[in-house]
Design a protein around this ligand. Structure first.
Ligand SMILES: Nc1ncnc2c1ncn2[C@@H]1O[C@H](COP(=O)(O)OP(=O)(O)OP(=O)(O)O)[C@@H](O)[C@H]1O
Ligand SMILES: [Mg+2]
Length: 296
């Protein structure tokens, strides 16, 4: 299940910061990169929710801190995400983005701070309870159950969702999700035999099976070729149009620019900027974080 060594096509965030105000396409930094391309997919959600921002944020992170021994991976971080937003969570490698995703989804427990979803504190709850509350995610390194087929993978997601679907109803729902994500021909195929792109598709279908209110995508667009990237961006837009709120950890500048109304930029665990993408990325502290003091 390793990522094939494909050429990188996307314009990366580090380059975009380096070439303010706008990036250009070239190689991405030397991080593990993966790929995906998608068909149509829209999450069905149990109850409608508005696509406009309201006064109560969907997600409010307050003074969140996570330490690994002496390393403060997330350092007193606070930010909010309103219903209907697509917020980019950005920052140089190792700045704490995935750790934030892990804290919000319950894969890790914070040392301190609060994670409020519609006002309810999820911090420290087990992952399955957070999933039930409406938070779904994909992983930076794709995770599917390789020995199960695609339909079973999505049905496993349904088991953690709010709908309590079993038997034929679960099968119908899972088939529908595979179809939306462009994997309808692969229902009986073992997930481990899928290409890396299709594993990422499958992972998204499984996340959507939770009928989330908040979707966390950790570098889900990384490593795509230009046409795959456009498809994937269109898919995220369609999920958003359907009412889904998204936090996108991303280094691909084209995706950030076309999807995110706002970005939160981290460095060394702390928030250093929060605002519209081009403005936030032009802030001196952000430029310093990406390029170092000498270039800022
Ligand atoms: N389970 C862990 N145990 C110890 N240290 C960890 C653990 N997870 C992350 N870290 C460290 O915490 C810091 C933040 O890591 P994290 O993976 O959140 O960064 P990131 O912003 O997602 O980086 P990238 O862009 O490379 O994915 C890094 O220094 C990392 O080595
Ligand atoms: Mg990461």
């Amino acid at each position: 299940m390793s990522a094939p060594g494909r050429p990188k096509h996307e314009s990366s965030l580090g380059e975009a910061v380096a070439k303010r105000p706008e990036g250009s396409s070239s190689g991405a930094p030397g991080r593990p990169k993966h790929e995906s391309s998608l068909g149509e997919a829209v999450a069905k959600r149990p109850e409608g929710s508005p696509v406009s921002g309201g006064s109560t944020p969907l997600l409010q992170i307050e003074h969140l801190t996570k330490k690994f021994g002496g390393l403060v991976a997330v350092d007193d971080l606070s930010f909010r995400v309103d219903t209907g937003e697509i917020v980019g969570l950005l920052g140089p490698n190792g700045s704490g983005k995935t750790t934030v995703m892990n804290l919000v989804s319950g894969a890790l427990r914070p040392n301190s701070g609060r994670i409020l979803l519609n006002g309810r504190n999820l911090a420290g709850l087990p992952a399955h309870r957070i999933a039930r509350a409406g938070v779904a995610r994909t992983f930076q390194l794709v995770r599917v159950m390789g020995s199960l087929n695609c339909l079973e993978n999505v049905k496993a997601g349904l088991a953690f969702g709010p709908a309590d679907l079993w038997g034929r109803a679960a099968e119908r729902e899972a088939s529908g999700l595979l179809e939306r994500i462009g994997l309808d021909g692969a229902a009986d195929q073992a997930a481990g035999d899928l290409t890396y792109i299709n594993q990422k598709r499958l992972e998204l279908a499984r996340a959507l099976a939770l009928r989330p209110r908040l979707l966390l995508l950790d570098e889900w667009l990384a490593g795509l070729n230009p046409s795959e990237l456009q498809e994937a961006i269109a898919l995220i837009k369609s999920l958003h149009a359907d009412g889904l709120t998204v936090i996108l950890v991303e280094h691909v500048m084209d995706a950030i620019r076309s999807l995110c109304s706002r970005v939160v930029v981290m460095n060394a665990g702390a928030k250093i900027a929060d605002g519209p993408p081009l403005e936030a990325l032009a802030e001196p502290e952000v430029v310093r974080a990406y390029l170092g003091d000498d270039d800022a």
